[in-house]
Design a protein around this ligand. Sequence first.
Ligand SMILES: [Zn+2]
Ligand SMILES: [Zn+2]
Length: 342
Amino acid sequence: MKAMVLRKTASLSENKSPLEPADLPIPVPQEKEILIKVAVCGVCHTELDEIEGRTLPPKFPIIPGHQIVGRVEKAGKNANRFKTGGRVGIAWIHSACGECKYCRIGMENLCNEFKATGRDADGGYAEYTTVPEEYAYQIPDVFSDAEAAPLLCAGAIGYRSLRLANLKDGENIGFTGFGASAHLVLKMVKHQYPRAKSFVFSRTKTEQAFAKELGAVWAGNTDETPPEKLHAIIDTTPAWGPVVEALKNLEHGGRLVINAIRKEEADKDALLTLDYTRDLWMEKEVKSVANITRRDVEEFLRMAAEIPIRPEVREYRLEEANTALLELKERKIRGAKVLRIG
Ligand SMILES: [Zn+2]
Ligand SMILES: [Zn+2]
């Protein structure tokens, strides 16, 4: 099968083609696993973190990609949850132990044995992939393959970050960074909290305009001050500056939710400008989002189909994976990026 693989970590500013094309054997589904013929795979910022070594795959080469939509090609022994030919999705959670104190209460995202698709197990930048059947999802019919892919990470983790934001209807919510995930969360906010007002901070004019188009009441630069204080802010940037700026704009008792698997080191100095009285006092909270649970994916897909939430998608061929990743890093193109494979 054709695949794009990562053989070693690399800095994207020095190496514009960190993924290499490869011809590999089709994987064999093990007990309770299914083999999937991949139709599309979304491109996520987390792939940049893997390539640049901020969240390191335990082995190389690895096939990245964790927003996979495809058809069941074959079931392994004792796997009978899906029919052959049925459409399924795979998300960031590839598996968890199922037995620890976290797994037992549905917090499998915090499991010490958490395995991530496309980092700890081969992912979807390939024609075929395998997954334990308990970690695959039926995709609602209203979505095309390409529309469904970004829902599996950007959408589902966005849903988790909104849950953790603790917002009430009528309150103000902010977004710092406005890429694939935030634009979907804004759509969720309009559905779940119709009286809430959304404020968007972004470095780029394209993202600011996009936010206004989607109904944000205000959009400005990361260091601008919005006209009102915000009850919750979701940060999806890879940087530290926006974290400090966001804390300044929080309401008393407000919560900043950092939806990023890793932060880059480049502007870490920004943290030294943190002022306790202005930025943290008055019971402001900071919370991170880690990974995802199956419940998040399932609930979100159901809600997304109901609304429906249709992500803005730009398609690339599998061979163009490096271009898609570079364009994601440079944030030149709005919406979500998807590789068309099968
Ligand atoms: Zn992702
Ligand atoms: Zn566990």
